[in-house]
Structure formats: structure tokens, C-alpha cells
Design a protein around this ligand. Sequence first.
Ligand code: NOJ
Length: 575
Amino acid sequence: MTIDYTWWKDASIYQIWPASYKDSNGDGIGDIPGIISELDYIKDLGVDIIWLSPMYKSPMEDMGYDISDYEDINPDFGTLQDMQDLIDGCHTRGLKIICDLVVNHTSSEHEWFKESRSSLDNPKRDWYIWKKPKYDAEGNRQPPNNWMSYFSGSAWEYDETTGEYYLRLFAKGQPDLNWENETCRKAIYDSALKFWLDRGVDGFRIDVAGLYSKDQSFADAPIVFKDSIYQPSGHLTANGPRIHEFHQEMNKEVVSKYDVMTVGEICHCSKEETLKYVGATRNELNMLFIFDVVEVGCDESDRFRYNGWKLTDFKKAIQSQSEFTKGTDAWSTVFIENHDQPRSVTRFGNDKKYHNKSGKLLAMLETSLTGTLFIYQGQEIGMTNVPRSWSIEEYKDINTVNYYNDFKAKYGNDPDFKEKEEKLLDVINLMARDNARSPVQWSAAKYSGFSTAEPWMRVNDNYTEINVESQLKDPNSLLKFYQKMLKIRKQYKDLFIYGGLNILDYDNEQLFTYTKELPNSKSPKAYVVLNMSNESTKFTPLIDGDFKLIVSNVNNDELDEAVLTPYEGRIYLVN
Ligand code: NOJ
């Protein structure tokens, strides 16, 4: 089999969420000069590309995913010159850098929206999605349909100036752009894409890339949550009728003119539809994020409706995420954390008794799976979810805050409210996006070495035990293990990055065993066995062959060939 090696396929990508990475000027907020000061650390980790979450000018209602000027920088993060220094600083070290492309919506503070909302006949009126109110039997004004916002409540916002509603699938201050309007699309290409490509960025992570084409009937969504007026609009807003045409156009008019990569965030998608986005000859996106693994145990439209997961569910999710490209020319991604997800060592490992060992086990899993690998800041030291003892006031994310407030408004007077609230707080502590957003733990110094001032969000209490400085000194640390695994991934890239996944123990609720191999190849295969539980178990090879251990997460003197201790993982080469 001939392998189509490509730089963005081989790459390991490190995501930086600027507000919480490193503060250089003592205002408690991370910034671009802070990132620049850690470029050597990032290079030493062994990654190839940085994905920078939004650093653009923004009122920060949704932490920068509400952009008020694509061509400027949030002053808390730095200046255009700082950004150019970051791009150049990456390139001189042989790193690439991709930015977040957020073009499903802008901020309501964007000049385009200010014009659009100013009158019914403004030339930019049609750049956003405006609809007339509906009226109920009592004559009360209602939104145009029952679509629910991803951040609770209606997806429509009434605007007094012209007496119409605008669509905002996310926050009030995130009006959806109208991709049906060609002039608007061209303005997006110039301002949000070309501006940055011409300054040297190496591509984009494309925010909610499946939402641009809305079903133009704007019909009510079916009722799936019986306890809610508003309903997920998924099938009417995701992967809509013109979505592939829009991506092909963006690719043809802009992206294809540069040697850059794109990775799209796509939700609620069948395998068939997914392949349309990333088929090599379709010229849409290079790869996309699929959410099966990180959403395991949750309702896909509401992360706080959580039912727990079993290892068999997890395997199924890994399978669907890494196998949908099998036999096609499409490409995929591997990730278990990002700025919207809780910490993986808490969710899928054991962040107390086996912090280091289960963190390493997850590193072995991630680095041995097929596709382009994404690691999120702090994952390399095993940052954990925030403590359950924190009060709701410590959570800053609009998603969490709106959800909690809605819940309180609905159930606040119930006699068993306290009980209900505790249950919700358990789930919030497990699933909230805030877990990914606490400041990076650089050292045991005050404020975890992130800042000299009180940070915008509280530092996780465990920073004196879990931090970069101590892990850099400890040869047995998770950080050192990540450095090693990222090298091993490259050393055996035909197996790990490009090889096919074959799960050997589907029904086992304790062990996860799989091989990685190239189809029709005579070369050895990789055999990965992971004990994803708190109990020891017997190790019995599930295939024949000559087993040679290449890496494990226990020291040689602790290794017992016949037994896998809790969270022990091994990777063998089998001839
Ligand atoms: C997905 C982003 O990852 C998330 O952080 C953001 O809130 C929404 N899109 C809206 O832009």
C-alpha cells in the first residue's frame, strides 16, 4: 500500500487557549507575549503545529468566539505586532501555527452587525438572519420558531431598533451571519481568512463548520426535550442544503491558494455526510473533529444530561472516530481534550490514586491512534478538573452560567431544590468547559506561575503537586512521557498515524486491546493493551506472534509479564 504522507497528517498539534496560557504583563489574563515566552517549551514537547484559539478583538461574551474585528487583536492579549512576532517565532523554530476561524457568527459589536441592525434597508441588513416576530393566541410577541440556543433559552433575540428578531445559535452577542448572501461571504473571505493567510498563518481550525447553511424554511424543530419550550435545531441548522457548496467555494477562492491546512468542527453528522467534508478530491476541508469520544455518556445536544459510560461505549466511540475513513481517501483527527471539554485524566482515568499512571495510559492511547493528533494545553502534565468543593461562582463559562441560572429559574422553588442542585453541580463539575479553562499550572509559585496577579479564573487547588516545573525535573513524569510518546508516534508513524485500527476485545469492560497495522503489509504490527480500570487482571495475548515490548507506563522492575496492574498499558511490536 502506498501511503500519502502529508505534513498536516504527520503533525502533532498543540492547542493554546490564550486567556489561560501565560500572563506576561501581570494583569491576570494570559497573552501573546506569554505564549512567545514558552515557544521553546512547546518545541521541546515534540509538537509541530500550534492551534491558537481566538485572539481577535472581542467583548469576550464567549471568550473570544464572539469576534468584533477579524483584523485586530484583543488588547488584553496584545497587539498585531505581537501576533506577527508569534507567527515568526513559530516559523523560526520550525513550528507552524493555525488560527481559529469563527465565521458562523460575529460579535454583535462587529461593525457589520451594527450596520445590519441599524435599519431595515441598510445594505448589510441581509448579512445576518432577521425574521419578524410571531404572536401567540393572547397576542404576546414570540420568537419566529422554537430553536434552542446552545447556551440555553431561545436562539432568537429581539431587537427594538427594527422590531425584528435575529438568529444567534450561541450567545445573545453572537448573531449568525447569513451565508446565503454572496457579498457577505466575500467579505468573510477577505477579512477573516486572507488577512491572516497573508500574514503567514498556516491554516485554520474552523469553528462550527457545519452550521453555515440553515434550512431556509426556518420551521420549528421536533420536540426532543419534553421539559423545555425550546428544542435543539440540529437537523435544520447542521449540515444544511448548501454547506458543501460553501466549503468548496471557500476552498477554491481562498484556502487552495496557500499551502495550509484546515480542520473543521462538525457535529451531528452521519458517516456518509462526514466523508463529504473531508474526501480528498472534494476540496472542502482536510480533516474534522468528531465528537463520539468526548461525548460518550452525554446527550449530544446537552452535555449536562449525563448518564455515565462503560468501556464498551468508549471503544465504540474510538472505533467510529478512527475508522470512518477506512477504505476512503479521507483523513481524520485524534483528540480527547480541548477548550470545550473536561480534563481527560479526570473523565477517563483516575485523577487521584493513579494520576501519573492513568495519564500515561491515555497518552499511549492517543499517540497510537490513526489521524492527526491534537493535544490541549495542560494535558501534557495531566491537569485535572477543578475541585468539586468549588462553588458555582468560580465557574465563568457562559454555557455553564446560563445553564445553572435557567435551572434555578425553573426549579428554584421546588421543595427538593437542594437535592436537585447538588446533582446538577456533580455533573457540572464533571462536564463543564470551565474545567479546561483554569490557568496553566507552570510551577508551585503563587498563582501557579501563570501570573503575578490574581488570575481572571481561579487556579486549580492542586497546582503545587501538578505543574510543569516539577515535571520537567522528574524523569518519571507525565510530561516526560508525553515527550517520549510523541517521538515514538513519529518513529512508528506507518503504524500509529497511518495504520488501521483493529479492536480485539469489544466486549471486555476492563481491558482495551487493539492492533495497528497497514493493510496487506508484511511488516510487524503494533499491539496495544490498556487496563482502563482500578483492578489488576491477567494478561493473555489475543493474537499469535513474537511480542517485543516497545513501551509501557510502569518501570521495568515493576513489570510482571502475566499481569496488568490498574491503568497499566503496554505497546508491543508483533512479528
Ligand atoms: C465552538 C467553540 O469551540 C466554542 O468554544 C464556542 O463557544 C462555540 N463554537 C461558538 O463559537
